[in-house]
Ligand binder design. Structure first.
Ligand SMILES: [Zn+2]
Length: 267
């Protein structure tokens, strides 16, 4: 943060607090003798504010957002290889490089789920017809039915661990998620489903990412997707590509839609 932007930044922080009960831990300011610029930029504060606004709009407004999250502190931190991390009242964004609107929404979705003791992701799992069973997963790998290595994914097409249950958690997702990998589990599924719901065909900061998630299943095997990953996309289309390429036809989209409209019992 440049000193010349610090007044703007203070205003943004005040807005985030007033509208959403979101506190940003400022790492910039007057140091001992000179200006401490920290890791945040003005553009990142804008991106954060806009992304939180998208989550709140999907929930039905800032009041609903505050009721669902009960206050969140956002900080930049060294969190290893992850882009973000979330607890019920804290979202951490990596100090390594910047973050996307997608990451913000993904992490706030985790925080939302955490506020409900992770029942939202359990409900998603049930609603979509999935289940978690590490023993089944192990058997699937033993039987050679997995698209991963035995104890880890392999970095080559068709071996990243995308099939149901072929992941560290033994998560057998139901219906059609927008993607899956070795780290997939019901919590990640929930966070990604919220981001997909918010971005899908809405013309916002998440929409291009959401669209890229789906169009890649129209590629041929061995082609590079918009995220620069080479995989056997054609083979995976039957597990991930929604009916007519329309993500609103998936059970995940429908679940999040029902959830934000208050039609799912989350008590
Ligand atoms: Zn996550």
């Amino acid at each position: 943060m440049e000193r010349s932007d610090s007044q703007y930044a203070q205003g943004k922080l005040a807005e985030l607090k007033a509208e959403y009960q979101v506190d940003v831990l400022a790492d910039w300011g007057d140091g001992e003798s000179e200006w401490k610029s920290g890791t945040w930029t003005k553009a990142e504060l804008d991106r954060l504010h806009n992304a939180i606004g998208l989550v709140a709009d999907a929930m039905g407004g800032s009041e609903q957002f505050v009721q669902n999250l009960h206050g969140v502190t956002v900080r930049k931190a060294d969190i290893g290889s992850h882009g973000g991390e979330a607890l019920s009242h804290r979202v951490s964004l990596s100090t390594k490089g910047t973050f996307s609107a997608w990451t913000v929404v993904h992490e706030f979705a985790h925080a939302w789920d955490a506020n409900y003791d992770w029942r939202l992701s359990r409900q998603l799992e049930r609603y979509t017809g999935g289940f978690t069973n590490p023993l089944f997963s192990l058997m699937k790998r033993l039987a050679g039915l997995s698209d991963s290595g035995f104890l880890s994914p392999e970095k080559k097409p068709g071996r990243y661990g995308r099939r149901p249950g072929c992941n560290a958690a033994g998560y057998f997702y139901g219906d059609r998620p927008s993607g899956s990998n070795w780290s997939f589990n019901r919590k990640e599924d929930f966070a990604e489903s919220v981001a997909m719901y918010i971005g899908w065909e809405k013309g916002n900061d998440l929409s291009e990412h959401a669209r890229n998630r789906i169009v890649r299943y129209q590629l041929n095997n061995g082609e590079k997707d918009p995220f620069n990953i080479i995989d056997n996309w054609l083979d995976y289309a039957k597990s991930f590509y929604p009916e007519s390429g329309d993500y609103t036809k998936t059970k995940r989209w429908q679940f999040v839609d029902e959830l934000v409209k208050g039609r799912i019992n989350v008590a």
